[in-house]
Design a protein around this ligand. Structure first.
Ligand code: ADP
Ligand code: ZN
Ligand code: ZN
Length: 824
C-alpha cells in the first residue's frame, strides 16, 4: 500500500523536522510553505509548516496524522524556507525558532494562544457557523479563552481552523494583537500660499484685499506670528490671536491665499499619491550614485560611507526608483528606533502607496497585511521599510536591499534565538534573489569597512554635507579641570551652560545626550554603602524618580523607593551616577524658562511614543531635548545648533571589544544632529579624559585613523573581523550546576579542538558575564575565537558534538545551553 508523509517545521526549539502521515488526497493538495495543524505530545496542537512531501515512513517512530490543512496556498515561499534553513544552520538554532520569529503571531496559532473578544465586531451573528457561534457566545461571558479552553467548549481537539475563520471574520483577536491605545490627532497648520512669497505678489495681494478688511487683518497677523515664532503656525493659534472666524479663514483658503495642511505623525497607511518628484542630485551625490552602480556590476554588496547629512537617503531614493522601474521589490532596513515617521513620510511623498512599513511595534493585523500583500506581489509592497524582522518577509522578486545605519547594534538580535544579525542576513537574502545590497552609514562598522578594504564589498565615499553645510565644530571639555576650578553646576560645565544660553537666546534648539536612562542608576546608603539589588538578577536597581521606584532593567522587577536603608536602617540615602532624568531636572534649574523634553525608552513606550516627542521637538514646542542613544538615529531636525554630550567616559568604559568603535560612532552620530542647515553647528563633549585617543579622533572626524587603530587592535587580540566569535552561554538556577557544567563543557571543547592550527587561548572561559544572574538563572559564558584558517562549518559541527555529549550527562540535562554566532 502507498503511504504518504509530510515533513514539517514546528515552532519550537527541536532540532529536527517531524514527519506526519497524510492521506493520498492531502498529499495531492499540500504544498511546501502551507500551514498545517498537527498534534504534538499528548495534548498540544501546533501550527506547523509543510516542508517536504515524501513516501518514506520515519524509522524511529510511528508518524501521527495531521489534523488539518490550514491554507489553500503557501504562506511561506521556497526562498523564505531556504533563507530560514540558512539562518538556523549559520546561527546554530533550530528552524522552528526561526519560523517562530518570522511569522506574525496571528499566523501562528497554537494551543497556548490566548483568544479575546473583538469589541469592534459588529456584523450579525447569523453569519457565524455553529462552532464559531459557540466560541463567540463563550466570549460574551468571559473576556479571554485559551485555545485549550476553546477545545473543551467545542469538544474538539483541533480548533485552529475555527479560530482562523473567527480571526478572519474579525470576531476574535489573539493576545498579541491588542492595539495601541494612543492615537495622535491630526494638527491643522496654516501658511501663506507659496506663490505669495515674492514681495511683488504679496504687495498686489494686500492691495487686492483692501476691501476685505477682516481677511487682510488675518493675513497680517499670520505674518507677524510667523516672524516672531519662526515656526509653523497652528490654525488654532491663528484663530486665537486674531479672533477670526472659521469663515474668514475658509474664504482665504478657498481663494488659494492661505494653504492649510496637516502635520501628523501617526498615520503610516497612506492613502494619497506620490506628491513629490524625487530630488535632483548634486554633483557629489551624482558621482557617488554612479560609483554605486559601477560597483554593482561586479559586486553584490556596496558600502556607502557618507557623512551625516550628506544626502545618502536621496541616493537610496534614486536606486529605489531604478529598481521599481525594473518591476522589482525593495527592502529598506533601518534600526528599529530610526524608523521614524520622518523617513516614512519622505518615502511616501516620493513613492505614494507603494511603501509599506513593517516592525515590531505594529499590530499583528498590520504585519499580516504586509505579509499577504508581499505574497501577492501587490503594488502596496513594492517598497518595504522595516526593522530587522523584515528580512523574514515573503518577497517574491527582490531587486535591492538597503541597510541604512548599517553599523547599528540593534540589527543584531541577542535574545531569544535566532540570534541573527539582520544586516548579514539581508546580504544572504539579497543574493538568494539575485539582488544588490547597499550598506549605508556615516560611521561604518569596522567589519563592513574591512570587507570594503579587502574588496569583498564595493566602497563609495560621500564626504560633504548636502548644501556644503559644514560639519559641526567639536569641542572637548575637561570636566576634571572644571570640577577642580568649581566651574560645574551639577553636571553642567560653564562652557555648556554658556553655549546652551546662547542657543536659547538665538531661538535655536539644543540636544543633550546622556547614555543612561532613569534618574540615577543606583541608590546608595551613605552610612553602610549598601545598594539595593534585584532579587532575581545580579544587578543594582535603578532609581526612577518620577515613578518613585527602584527598577531592574533586566527583568522588570520594581519596588517603591525605600525611605531607609534595608541593610542598616539609616535614612541617609544618596544617588550615584546620573541619567537622563537628572540631566533634565538640573537643566530646568539652570534654565527655568526653557521648555525641556526627554527621549529615552521610558518616555517612548508604545507605537507612537517616539513620534510624539520627535514631533514636539520638530515643531519647536521643546527647546532642549535630553535623551539616550535613541537621539543618535538619523533624525533630521532643522533648528538644532548645539549638541552636548554630558559624559563621554561611560561610553568608553564599556567592557566590550567594540567599546571604542561604538563610542566613536555614537559621538559622531549625535553630533550629526547639529547644524544641518547653513549655520555651523557646535558639539560639546564633556569628559574626564579629553586626551583619550578615541575622543580625539571623534572630535576631528578621523574615521580612517580610528579604523586603522581598531583593526590593529583586533588583529593583535584575535577579534573580528580577523577571528570569528561564538559565545556559548549556559544557564541554570543552581550556581554549582552551571559552574561545573561550564567547566565540563569548556574542557571538552579544549580537548576536541586540540588540533593543529588551534591554540589554547582561542577558547576563553567559562566566565560570569557582567550580569551574572538574570531572572534567577546563573549564567556562565564560554567564548570561542575561530582563526581564519579554520572551516567555520567544521568548527560548528565540533561544538554541536560536544553539546550532544554534554546533554547526555544526567547532571547537566537541565542546564540551558545557547549559542550566539557573531555575538557582537
Ligand atoms: P543623510 O541620509 O546622509 O543623513 P539626507 O539624505 O537626510 O542625508 O539629506 C540631508 C538633508 O539634505 C535633507 O534635509 C535632504 O532633504 C537634503 N538633501 C539631500 N540631498 C538633496 C538634494 N539632492 N536636493 C535637495 N535637498 C537634498
Ligand atoms: Zn545602610
Ligand atoms: Zn531583575
Amino acid at each position: 500500500m502507498q503511504q504518504y508523509f509530510v515533513d514539517v517545521i514546528l515552532p519550537i526549539p527541536v532540532e529536527k523536522q517531524f514527519t506526519y502521515r497524510v492521506s493520498e488526497e492531502e498529499f495531492g493538495v499540500i504544498q511546501p510553505g502551507m500551514r498545517l495543524a498537527v498534534p504534538f505530545g499528548t495534548s498540544k496542537i501546533y501550527t506547523a509548516l509543510a516542508c517536504t512531501l515524501h513516501q518514506n515512513p520515519p524509522l524511529l517512530y510511528e508518524a501521527k496524522s495531521i489534523h488539518e490543512i490550514l491554507d489553500e496556498s503557501p504562506v511561506v515561499t521556497a526562498k523564505q524556507l531556504q533563507l530560514w534553513f540558512w539562518i538556523a544552520d549559520y546561527y546554530m538554532c533550530s528552524p522552528g525558532e526561526v519560523f517562530r520569529a518570522a511569522l506574525p503571531g496571528t499566523l501562528l496559532l497554537e494551543s497556548e494562544t490566548i483568544v479575546l473578544r473583538n469589541d469592534d465586531f459588529q456584523a450579525s451573528e447569523a453569519t457565524l457557523q455553529d462552532d464559531e457561534w459557540l466560541v463567540y457566545e463563550a466570549l460574551q461571558h468571559q473576556p479571554i479563552l485559551k485555545v485549550t479552553e476553546v477545545s473543551s467548549i467545542l469538544d474538539k481537539k483541533n480548533t485552529l481552523p475555527v479560530l482562523k475563520r473567527l480571526l478572519e471574520k474579525g470576531v476574535v483577536r489573539v493576545k498579541e494583537e491588542i492595539q495601541e491605545q494612543y492615537r495622535p490627532k491630526l494638527v491643522r497648520f496654516i501658511r501663506v500660499a507659496p506663490r505669495y512669497s515674492e514681495d511683488e505678489a504679496l504687495k498686489e495681494l494686500l492691495d487686492d484685499l483692501e476691501r476685505a478688511k477682516k481677511q487682510k487683518e488675518v493675513l497680517l497677523s499670520l505674518f507677524s506670528l510667523s516672524a516672531t515664532t519662526k515656526k509653523p503656525i497652528k490654525l488654532k493659534e491663528l484663530q486665537e490671536t486674531t479672533g477670526a472666524s472659521a469663515a474668514v479663514i475658509k474664504s482665504l483658503t478657498a481663494k488659494g491665499i492661505l494653504d492649510d495642511y496637516y502635520l501628523q505623525t501617526d498615520r503610516v497607511t497612506y492613502s494619497g499619491k506620490a506628491v513629490e518628484e524625487t530630488r535632483e542630485l548634486n554633483t557629489y551625490q551624482e558621482k557617488a550614485l554612479g560609483e554605486v552602480r559601477e560597483h554593482f556590476r561586479d559586486k553584490d554588496v556596496t558600502l556607502l560611507y557618507g557623512v551625516t547629512s550628506s544626502g545618502k537617503t536621496e541616493i537610496y531614493v534614486k536606486l529605489i526608483e531604478e529598481t521599481l522601474a525594473r518591476g522589482r521589490q525593495v527592502l529598506y532596513l533601518l534600526p528599529e528606533i530610526a524608523l521614524t515617521s520622518q523617513l516614512i513620510h519622505r518615502l511616501q511623498n516620493y513613492f505614494g502607496e507603494q511603501v509599506s512599513v513593517y516592525h515590531s511595534k505594529y499590530s499583528n493585523n498590520e504585519r499580516v497585511e504586509v505579509w499577504n500583500n508581499l505574497l501577492q506581489n501587490s503594488q502596496k509592497t513594492r517598497i518595504v521599510l522595516g526593522a530587522r524582522s523584515a528580512v523574514f518577509l515573503p518577497f517574491t522578486d527582490l531587486g535591492l536591499v538597503i541597510v541604512d545605519e548599517e553599523h547599528e547594534v540593534s540589527f543584531k538580535q541577542f535574545d531569544p534565538a535566532p540570534r541573527y544579525h539582520a544586516r548579514d542576513v539581508a546580504v544572504v537574502l539579497s543574493s538568494l534573489h539575485g539582488a544588490k545590497t547597499l550598506l549605508g552609514s556615516a560611521t561604518p562598522s569596522v567589519e563592513s569597512s574591512y570587507n570594503a578594504k579587502t574588496e569583498k564589498y564595493g566602497l563609495v565615499g560621500l564626504t560633504r554635507r548636502y548644501g556644503d553645510v559644514l560639519l559641526p565644530e567639536m569641542e572637548l571639555v575637561d570636566i576634571k579641570e572644571k570640577y577642580r576650578k568649581k566651574k560645574m553646576k551639577g553636571h553642567f560645565s560653564d562652557r555648556l551652560i554658556e553655549e546652551i544660553g546662547e542657543s536659547l537666546s538665538e531661538g535655536e534648539q539644543v540636544i543633550l545626550f546622556q547614555n543612561r536612562r532613569g534618574y540615577a542608576p543606583v541608590m546608595e546608603c551613605n552610612t553602610c554603602g549598601h545598594t539595593p539589588q534585584c532579587p532575581s538578577c545580579d544587578v543594582s536597581l535603578t532609581y526612577h524618580r518620577i515613578r518613585k521606584q527602584l527598577r531592574c532593567h533586566y527583568c522588570g522587577y520594581h519596588m517603591a523607593l525605600p525611605e531607609s536603608c534595608v541593610a542598616c536602617g539609616s535614612s541617609d540615602l544618596d544617588t550615584r551616577g546620573f541619567g537622563t532624568e537628572q540631566v533634565e531636572e538640573e537643566l530646568r534649574e539652570i534654565f527655568p524658562q526653557a521648555r525641556t523634553g526627554r527621549m529615552d525608552s521610558d518616555t517612548t513606550r508604545g507605537k507612537y511614543g517616539y513620534e510624539k516627542i520627535i514631533t514636539a521637538f520638530e515643531q519647536q514646542e521643546i527647546d532642549v531635548l535630553v535623551g539616550t542613544q535613541m537621539l543618535t538615529k538619523g533624525l533630521d531636525f532643522r533648528n538644532v545648533r548645539l549638541v552636548g554630550v554630558m559624559n563621554a567616559d561611560n561610553l568608553l568604559n564599556y567592557p566590550d571589544f567594540r567599546a571604542f568603535e561604538r563610542s566613536f560612532q555614537l559621538i559622531l552620530q549625535v553630533a550629526g544632529r547639529a547644524g544641518r542647515t547653513e549655520k555651523r553647528g557646535k558639539v560639546l563633549i564633556q569628559t574626564y579624559n579629553p586626551y583619550h585617543q578615541i575622543l580625539q579622533q571623534a572630535s576631528m572626524n578621523k574615521y580612517g585613523d580610528m579604523l586603522t587603530d581598531q583593526l590593529n587592535d583586533r588583529k593583535q587580540f584575535l577579534y573580528p573581523p580577523f577571528y570569528r566569535l561564538i559565545k556559548i552561554s549556559l544557564r541554570h538556577r543552581n550556581y554549582h550546576t552551571v559552574q561545573e557544567g561550564a567547566n565540563w563543557f569548556s574542557g571538552a571543547l579544549r580537548s576536541h579542538f586540540d588540533i593543529p592550527g588551534w591554540k589554547r587561548d582561542y577558547i576563553l572561559g567559562p566566565e560570569s558575564p557582567s550580569i551574572g544572574r538574570i531572572r534567577n538563572l546563573y549564567i556562565k559564558d564560554i567564548l570561542i575565537k575561530i582563526p581564519p584558517s579554520q572551516n567555520l562549518k567544521k568548527v560548528k559541527n565540533g561544538i554541536a558534538r560536544v553539546h550532544k555529549s554534554f546533554s547526555a550527562i544526567a547532571a547537566y540535562r537541565s542546564v540551558r545551553v545557547s549559542f550566539d554566532v557573531d555575538c557582537y
